[in-house]
Each structure stands twice: as structure tokens, then as C-alpha cells.
Design a protein around this ligand. Structure first.
Ligand code: NDP
Length: 330
């Protein structure tokens, strides 16, 4: 390990005013864990944006190094599962929230939180997918588990230009689904079609308060937006359809009624990536390696440097980032 090493640290003063700075840390600053990992690549998710800007209560330990996703190499380990030189992947488990995260050259972690880098994917690839893309895969798996197939009918993807949305469209299209992409950026309609969307609709169609039941349009949905959008999506889901709820970009509220559930037998699946058990993670990443078109992943993602992370944090919350952002750390 080379010390000191650079890191992004968010702190709070005595008035709970949050600030962020690029600073230097040493091994002594790292938290408990049986594995030290050198971070090769990381990413900026919506949640990282909330952590860095303080616009949402993500950080629960001060000071904090944000960054919920990392791919890198094990430097040292006192456990049995991993040894020095192993390539590993981390998503969630409270890292970047309660445990020092990925925006540093080194992390000290619990080996339970790590999985081996999925076969066929580089560190850079896994961060182009990131928690957002892995959540998209968990959402697709939830639809499949509840019996939704391409012959069921069109699947709505909300927040289509975001990280979850773009990866969800690429995955669903590769699997043969008809995809209706809902976006506030209609200027990106051609881009969304190039990822595999069959139809692109303005998110205003779904984001305003609506009726308890509407026309039966969708066989299912992947919703990264919450609030009225999710309520309308449920109201417009066909008999027996399935909606996976994974995000809250519009809001945390869900102003719905029981009508879609008791009159149309609609299923609402909750998707959590942070504490998802290891077998589900491994399965999701194996599926990503198999079912995500790497050319589309390249089109979805752009690469930035360590110094650009703080700016990207604000941009993602302001809806200015299309798709995914990868940070090469080495
Ligand atoms: P992004 O910021 O990349 O994407 C969110 C997208 O939502 C935007 O690109 C925009 O799409 C749309 N959007 C933004 N604001 C609004 C609004 N006010 N009303 C309607 N739509 C809006 O974020 P991610 O894709 O990384 O994450 C999406 C959501 O999923 C976040 O809420 C995040 O916290 C959550 N999430 C949850 C996880 C879990 O474990 N459950 C894991 C990962 C993410 P467009 O421009 O196309 O309209």
C-alpha cells in the first residue's frame, strides 16, 4: 500500500453543515475489515450524488468517503475467501454510507461483502454497469420470477435515460421484450431506440396525479422514479401484470389505491440491491455477463477521472447525466 493516498471525504461541522473535499488518508484512517482492496474503477450512482451533495440522508457516519461501488484487486487478506491478487467487485452493503467507500485508492472491507469479478467482465465493465445496472438486472429477474415473458406484452421502463433505465432497456431488448421507455428527455428518443426501446413516451404522461385505474397498457414495468409515476404505471398495468419498484427519482411517496391489486391482480415487487444476499448478486452478475450487449454498454457509459466525481455528483441529481459514468482510478 502506498501512503498517503487520495480520497474524497465528506464532513459535517458543528452546525451539521456538510462539505466535501479531496484529501489524503493513510491506512490508519480506514475502517475495520479483513480485506484491503486497491480500487481500480468506481462509478457515480444517484445515491453517491445524494451522499456527496448532502441532498439526501445517505451518509450515516462522519467523516465519510462516499462511493457505493468498486472493482479492484485484493492487496491483503486475513480471511480465507480471498487472497492477494484476486479481482473483486463490491456493490452496496452500506459502503459509502456507514463504511468508508470507493472514492479512495484503497478500501478496507469485510470479505462477506465482496464477490469475485464476474467472468468475462473487466473492472471497468462492472463499473459501467454499477449498482444502477445490477439493480436493473435484479428488476428483470423479478419480472421473470413472476412469470413475465416477452409474449406477455410491452414493459414500461421509467427514468429511461438514467443508469437503471438505460441498462434495463438494453437487457430487456436483448431478452426479446418490447420496451416502452418513459423519459423527460424526448430529445434522446433516438438514443433510447438504439438501446432497444420500441416506443418512447414523454414522462409527463405518467408523472401527474392520475386515476386509480387506467387503460391496460403494460404487461409490466421497471420503475426507477416512484411517486405518481409508479402509481400511474400500476394503474395502467394489464391484468396479472408485474411492476418492479426500485427507485425514487420523482419522489418517495406512492399515491396509489388498492384497485390495481384487487381488481387486476397486479403484483408490485420491491427491489433492494444494497443488502441483496450473495447468491442473488452472483446470479445477477452472471446474467449481466450473459445478457447485456457490451456494445450497448459502451454507448450507455462515459468515463471520467477522479477529479470529476464531485461535479458528476451534482449533475446526476440534476438529471444531466445520460446513462452511466465510470471512474477509472488507476
Ligand atoms: P439516474 O439519475 O441515472 O436516473 C434517474 C432518472 O430518473 C433520470 O435520468 C430521469 O430520467 C428520471 N428522473 C429524474 N428526476 C425525475 C423526476 N422528478 N420525475 C420523473 N423522472 C425523473 O439514477 P439511477 O438510474 O442511478 O437511479 C434511479 C433511481 O433508482 C434512484 O432513485 C436511485 O436511488 C434508485 N436506486 C435504487 C436501488 C435499489 O437498490 N433499490 C439501486 C440503484 C438505484 P429521464 O431523463 O429519462 O426522464
Amino acid at each position: 500500500m502506498q501512503e498517503p493516498f487520495r480520497a474524497i471525504v465528506v464532513s459535517r461541522d458543528e452546525n451539521k453543515k456538510q462539505s466535501v473535499a479531496i484529501t489524503e488518508l493513510t491506512h490508519a484512517d480506514l475502517m475495520e475489515g479483513d480485506v484491503v482492496v486497491e480500487v481500480e474503477a468506481t462509478t457515480v450512482n444517484y445515491k453517491d450524488g445524494l451522499a456527496i451533495t448532502g441532498r439526501g440522508p445517505v451518509v450515516r457516519r462522519w467523516p465519510m468517503v462516499p462511493g457505493i461501488d468498486a472493482a479492484g484487486t485484493v492487496i491483503s487478506s486475513t480471511g480465507t475467501e480471498f487472497k492477494a491478487g484476486d479481482k473483486v467487485l463490491l456493490n452496496g452493503f452500506g459502503v459509502g454510507e456507514t463504511h468508508l467507500g470507493a472514492y479512495a485508492r484503497y478500501m478496507q472491507l469485510k470479505s462477506d461483502w465482496l464477490i469475485p469479478l464476474p467472468e468475462g467482465l473487466s473492472a471497468h465493465d462492472t463499473m459501467a454497469v454499477g449498482t444502477a445496472g445490477y439493480t436493473a438486472m435484479l428488476s428483470v429477474m423479478a419480472l421473470e420470477r413472476h412469470g413475465i415473458t416477452p409474449s406477455s406484452g410491452p414493459i414500461a421502463v421509467t427514468g429511461a435515460n438514467g443508469g437503471v433505465g438505460t441498462v434495463a432497456i438494453a437487457l430487456l431488448s436483448k431478452l426479446g421484450f418490447e420496451v416502452v421507455a418513459s423519459t423527460g428527455r424526448m430529445g434522446e428518443a433516438d438514443f433510447l431506440k438504439s438501446l432497444g426501446a420500441t416506443e418512447v413516451i414523454d414522462r409527463a404522461e405518467l408523472s401527474e396525479p392520475g386515476k386509480p385505474l387506467g387503460k391496460e397498457r403494460f404487461a409490466g414495468g421497471i420503475d426507477a422514479v416512484g411517486s405518481h409515476t409508479l402509481a400511474n404505471l400500476l394503474a395502467q398495468t394489464r391484468y396479472g401484470g408485474v411492476v418492479a419498484a426500485c427507485g425514487l427519482a420523482q419522489g418517495m411517496d406512492l399515491p396509489t389505491t388498492v384497485a390495481p391489486f384487487i381488481l387486476r391482480g397486479v403484483t408490485l415487487c420491491g427491489i433492494d440491491s444494497v443488502m441483496a444476499p450473495k447468491p442473488a448478486r452472483i446470479e445477477a452478475w452472471q446474467r449481466i455477463a450473459k445478457d447485456l450487449d457490451m456494445e450497448k454498454l459502451k454507448a450507455i457509459s462515459k468515463t471520467i477521472g477522479f477529479e470529476d466525481i464531485i461535479g458528476a455528483a451534482t449533475d446526476i441529481l440534476d438529471g444531466k447525466i445520460r446513462g452511466r459514468v465510470v471512474v477509472d482510478m488507476i
